[in-house]
Ligand binder design. Sequence first.
Ligand code: SAJ
Length: 439
Amino acid sequence: MSTVCVHGLGYIGLPTAAVLADNGHEVFGYDTDQGVRDRVRNADVRIDEPGLDELLERAVESGRLTATDEIPEAQYHIICVPTPFDEETRRPGLEYVNASAEAIAPLLREGDTVILESTVPPGTTETHVRPALEASGLEAGVDFGLAHCPETVLPGNILVELRENDRIVGGIGPDSTAAAVELYDSFVAAAIRTTQDPTTAEFVKLIQNTFRDVNIALANETARIAHDYDIDTREAIDLANGHPRVDLLSPGPGVGGHCLPIDPWFLGVGSDSMDLIPTARKVNDGMSEFVVDLVRDLVGDLDGTKIAVLGAAYKGNVDDTRKSPGVAFARELRRGSEVPPPATDGGSPNGPIVAVHDPHVDDASIELTDTGAASIELVDLETATTDADAVVITTDHDEFAELDPRTLRDRMSTPNVVDTKGILQLQRWRDAGFSTRRI
Ligand code: SAJ
């Protein structure tokens, strides 16, 4: 068993630290945010992630996971800090990665190993982390280990995937790789696959998410084409997927989260060869506009109407609203509507009233108030749907699949529904008097 310091206690660092502790390691969790450290000390989880509460409680109570204000010496340092995306330059900020490496350098001892898990452009471990650590006077691959091992877990299923997903490890020299593999081997049940350098490992992570993004774009474009032919996309995709070499993904209102909409751009940091990938991004981002057109098909002119958007989380059964397609769609509905309509008179000629509801998301965690969005509110289901002219499902939460169309119909001004996730049994809704559209 080893001493491990996990740097950054967010979506990835916190579950990783807890799993390591649960597997017998002595784990220190370091985060620059005092609030985060205090919450970990109290085993207080703010992420909607199955099983994490109990695991964290166990790790903290056993004394094997300690949130710390000062970075300790440790046999392993795992860096799980964010690489925030700059929308204008389409590049990641590496300041947190750099700061972690600089903070580790003075504590680094011969034989220790540093592992970068944060998603970064290819080459970052070599060009940023390595020089910062070598300021210690020690040499990577000789005196200490340095490797990249990208995280690949799916939000909503993190604890299962931490143990059951294959891992890719690319170290500087064979000793770095071996040291990192030894640590992951202590809790990963799947294969740990190695490559000879960190840059390949960084690249692999990015092409995995790019594969998903580009293939979802194909599904989304297929949906738009099917719409022009008045064909039910999901039925067509289902039939097409009966072929042994065809596996189209699911269309929807766009692609959200902190990975798929962002990671493809990281590939372009050191390459001018991207052509298809940016086009796929454009297709996925354009889905908000397509959904607005579907609503117009049903409702006509949107001025003075009320639209209930069901789903602010970026995907089903999670509370994460980062780059959420539901939020993008709500904003798209309000685009160009500079003046907020009065809330009481059923609207004005200044665009629709947009009411967003999400049972997994609370008020504090969502920003709906920027340009043109002043009249978008996050409200309960009854408030959102009362007097609405259309309900639009933008997230595949279980709660939405179980909605009762008759209850909604009785509250709404006009019974229209758009299902962008294909989760409703639309015949039931039609039987209840709804006009329907779906992607
Ligand atoms: N989506 C579709 N159609 C689909 C599948 C997904 O529209 O057929 C949408 C979702 O609704 C969501 C977005 O794509 O808005 C992303 O959802 P996701 O569940 O596909 O993936 P993430 O972003 O939650 O997690 C991804 C995963 N990457 C891959 O599956 C290759 C996860 O394994 C990574 O660890 C994670 O990114 C990450 O951290 O990079």
